[in-house]
Design a protein around this ligand. Structure first.
Ligand code: NAP
Length: 267
């Protein structure tokens, strides 16, 4: 049977992302026929087996009865899991992984149809993840049936092939992880509560969404205010000063200003 809108699925790597997606597909009529993790008695494997009322098995046997196999292990374990799945996977099954950093090559050991489905969202837990799925975007590659799964999950899709994978994932990390690092920096630079700045942060993101980065840019670099930028650099040190200068250079470029004094200050 080929993967259509419903069928039997096996979950390999029953952590935050895998459990989130499996729970969403179960709501759409999918049946979980096997769960496999580090071992059949690993706590996350047992918990998922109970949650989905499915047997906890070893990875080698997980794909036996599955139309769809979701490999949701940490990125470094995908190739190994793919090799193990080769023992039980059916040639007409679809095997997908959820990694942003890895391409389709991670599943090359699988003698079946393969695809990648990376959701541009953060899943701290299956419960929070479930609420965030609908309306998010995902990068897909490989077998076209992966688009059917994305649609079932309420996701918008972009196609990202192996050649663009690393750049794509770097962009996703900057959008999420570096934003966290920036907000941590904010807390260290001045003794004001983070919550006082969050409405500003949210409004800025909204401005970028509606106007684009160039029109959303305000502040001293956009205004060419050399004196203010000099003052900021004087009170910062170490990584905070380096980061300020690097981002101010990007802001300067976005602003389109031709201001030699400001450019020299930021160099
Ligand atoms: N979480 C997110 O926000 C998010 C978002 C988008 C994409 N993803 C992608 O989703 C994938 C999983 O990430 P995650 O955050 O869900 O990780 P996670 O919560 O750590 O879950 C990983 C699961 O895989 C199991 N596992 C570890 N090594 C294994 C192995 N060798 N064989 C079989 N199972 C193994 C773990 O078992 P133990 O519990 O015993 O360690 C755990 O159940 C990654 O490719 C990640 O890039 C995650």
């Amino acid at each position: 049977m080929s993967v259509e809108r419903t069928g039997a699925l096996a979950l390999v790597g029953p952590g935050r992302a895998g459990t989130t997606i499996t729970a969403a597909l179960v709501e759409q009529g999918w049946r979980v026929v096997a769960v496999a993790g580090r071992s059949p008695d690993a706590p996350s494997t047992l918990a998922a087996g109970q949650r989905f009322d499915a047997p906890a098995v070893v990875v080698e046997l997980a794909a036996r009865d599955a139309d769809l196999v979701i490999v949701a292990t940490p990125d470094g374990a995908i190739d190994e899991a793919a090799g193990m799945l080769a023992q039980s996977v059916r040639p007409d099954a679809l095997v997908i992984h959820l990694s942003g950093a890895r391409g389709l090559d991670a599943l090359s050991a699988v003698p079946a149809r393969t695809a990648a489905l990376h959701i541009l969202q953060t899943f701290p837990s299956p419960e929070e993840g479930r609420a965030r799925l609908a309306g998010s975007w995902c990068a897909v590659a490989g077998d076209p049936q992966v688009r059917v799964l994305a649609e079932l999950l309420g996701l918008s899709t972009i196609e990202v092939g192996d050649a663009d994978r690393v750049r794509y994932h770097a962009a996703a990390c900057i959008a999420s992880n570096h934003l966290v690092a920036l907000l941590d920096q904010v807390q260290r630079v001045a003794p004001i509560p983070l919550e006082a700045l969050l409405p500003l942060v949210r409004a800025t993101v909204e401005n970028v969404a509606t106007l684009g980065p160039a029109a959303a840019l305000t502040g001293p670099v956009a205004r060419g205010d050399v004196e203010t930028v000099t003052g900021h650099l004087a009170v910062l040190s170490g990584d905070d000063r380096d980061a300020y200068r690097a981002f101010a250079r990007i802001a300067f470029r976005i602003s389109g200003r031709a201001d030699a004094e400001l450019e020299a200050l930021l160099r």
